[in-house]
Design a protein around this ligand. Structure first.
Ligand code: ATP
Length: 554
């Protein structure tokens, strides 16, 4: 049977990644380890560029976001508060015949079926589900498998010393919320961004690096005032059109405007590194899909070569990033579990509240009370009574009237590795040409946006055996090197060297030739500049080269 086209495309991408040193299998010489990947010389540069662009766009270039770099292993209490210890699991089942293991939801999905969740929250396989490996219908019932990697802190391997490798970077941000607030001179609304490793013991890692067991995330927690506080201060919460960028942040924005703002900001980011809107897709989580505390979640998808087609033949894509409006759930959980206050005091709110008519105060108080009661009820510990919950919700609503609240949060959470894979798939292009003798040759060009390209410029002396050319080329390399990643190459024909840089995705090459040395006096100290995507060439002065390149790679 012919290989499906999309798998062929993935095979070609995987092969180029290995051949050119973008991505290698981890521990390859020992047969590899499933779900772990290493980045080779080009991949490491690509990844570094992407992370730096995210960091700049999300923290340095904004007044309202501060950065954080927390540890991977944290107190296990964090994961109890966040719910990961109890509920961060995937349903897993096994084929009794061939012993293959599956993630039950994926197994169903692959057969156009939907995994059933019964009234007690237990999963069941729908009738007809079979093993996709041996076709047997003898499958075990799905059982939850916690995705957190466990380890022990210190020399004693006891339950008391259990710790987890973080399955997401976000929780450290919540745990350090107060410290950042107090040291960064920020005020709500503001955000905390972090890039770092995360670990998930995925049941079935697949689709190359898309689902790995060790990966990196780039996460922002953007803290905002609850809508009731906005309404108290500004009279009403801004309404924004359902689609499109809502523009510059405004003081009267509630969670909806902020959520939409971040979705659009993130799309802008992707467009800025070469992923045009038509390569992306969106999934707006349905009420059934949303976590109980979440108000909305929009996933930004990329159309990967392995992404499935829907019934109309359209490719929707697979998740690159999720942007969730998570209410005040996270900080509330940490306040309850740690006993440390996570709220903020807002004097503007206190003053505005005092001036509100009684009916308005009552209305806002009641709505805030209901939201808090709802949260407290849904996340109550078994020994908490309805009276205790009502008492706490009353205290919280009284707090709002005095200018106190727990910030709500909008969370844009992106995976670095998935983005790298998307950028590689998007950049990949091949052309096969057949010459007069019928011999065909395929050339590969990685059309990375210059901002993310691993190498920004190739510096090539026309001939290796002409010391004056080499000397000049090395001088050009050294001139550019403090400013960008430069690759000096003097091996092989100039055509071969261009082709090597095309495969690496280098957007520009400069060649030092005899005109550079003044063979034509009017061209002294100029170089041939070649564009990767169309092979176009032009002459540029060495003195202008640095600024010319900087204007295009930033
Ligand atoms: P999925 O449904 O695909 O498992 P998720 O919804 O669990 O993803 P989140 O918990 O929202 O993912 O994590 C945020 C981001 O982290 C994802 O959008 C993705 O880019 C990245 N990510 C999550 N799990 C993995 C993984 N196993 N390998 C690589 N990246 C991942």
């Amino acid at each position: 049977m012919a290989e499906p086209k999309e798998n062929l495309q993935m095979e070609k991408i995987v092969s180029l990644c290995k051949r050119r040193g973008f991505i290698f299998q981890s521990s390859e010489i020992y047969g590899g380890i499933n779900g772990f990947w290493d980045y080779g010389p080009l991949g490491a540069e690509l990844k570094r560029n992407v992370k730096e662009l995210w960091w700049n766009a999300m923290t340095r270039e904004r007044e309202d976001v501060a950065g954080l770099e927390a540890t991977i292993i944290m107190s296990p209490a964090i994961w109890r508060a966040s719910g990961h210890v109890d509920t961060f699991s995937d349903p897993m089942c096994d084929c009794k015949k061939c012993k293959k293991r599956f993630r039950a939801d994926q197994l169903c999905e692959d057969q156009n079926l939907t995994l059933i969740k019964n009234a007690n929250g237990k999963f069941e396989l729908p009738a007809g589900t079979k093993c996709t490996s041996c076709d047997s219908k003898e499958l075990t019932e799905p059982r939850p498998f916690n995705l957190m990697f466990k380890t022990y802190v210190g020399p004693v391997e006891s339950e008391d010393n259990v710790a987890y490798l973080r399955p997401e970077t976000a929780q450290a941000i919540f745990a350090q919320f107060k410290n950042v607030l107090e040291t960064s001179r920020q005020k709500v609304p503001f955000g905390i961004g972090q890039i770092g490793k995360a670990f998930r013991n995925e049941v079935t890692p697949r689709n190359y690096t898309f689902r790995s067991r060790e990966f990196e995330q780039m996460e922002l927690e953007f803290f905002i005032k609850p809508d009731e506080a906005i309404e108290a201060i500004h009279g009403s919460v801004a309404t924004v059109p359902a689609t499109g960028h809502p523009g510059e942040p405004q003081p009267n924005w509630g969670w909806q405007a902020w959520h939409q703002y971040w979705v659009e900001e993130r799309v802008k980011f992707y467009e800025g590194i070469g992923l045009s809107r038509d390569t992306l897709g969106f999934h707006h989580q349905t009420p059934e899909e949303l976590a109980h505390y979440a108000r909305a979640c929009t996933d930004i998808l990329f159309k990967f070569p392995f992404s499935k087609k829907d019934e109309n033949g359209n490719v929707k894509g697979d998740e690159l990033e999720g942007i969730a409006a998570r209410s005040d759930f996270d900080l509330s959980q940490h306040q309850r579990f740690s006993g440390k206050p996570m709220g903020v005091f807002d004097d503007e709110l206190r003053q505005a509240w005092a001036k509100l008519p009684k009916e308005k105060q009552d209305d806002l108080w009641r709505r805030y009370y209901e939201n808090r009661k709802n949260y407290l009820t849904k996340s109550a510990k078994p020994d908490e009574t309805a009276e205790q919950i009502q008492k706490q919700a009353t205290e919280d609503a009284n707090g709002l009237a005095k200018g106190q609240y727990i910030p709500h949060v909008i969370e844009p959470s992106a995976g670095v590795d998935r983005l790298i894979l998307a950028l590689i798939a998007n950049a990949y292009s091949e052309t096969t040409e057949t010459d007069a003798k019928g011999k065909s040759e395929t050339t590969y060009v990685m059309k990375f946006h210059p901002r993310i390209a691993p190498i920004k410029v190739g510096v090539l002396p026309l001939l290796k055996n002409k010391p004056e050319l080499v000397k000049k080329a090395i001088a050009v390399r050294d001139l550019l090197r403090p400013w960008m990643n430069v690759y000096y190459d003097d091996g092989g024909s100039i055509g071969k060297r261009y082709a090597r840089q095309d495969e690496a995705g280098t957007p520009f090459c400069v060649t030092i030739d005899f005109d550079t040395l003044g063979e034509k006096p009017e061209l002294l100290d100029t170089v041939t500049l070649r564009y990767r995507d169309d092979g176009r060439q032009e002459r540029l002065k060495i003195s202008e080269l640095r600024d010319w390149l900087l204007a295009r790679i930033r």
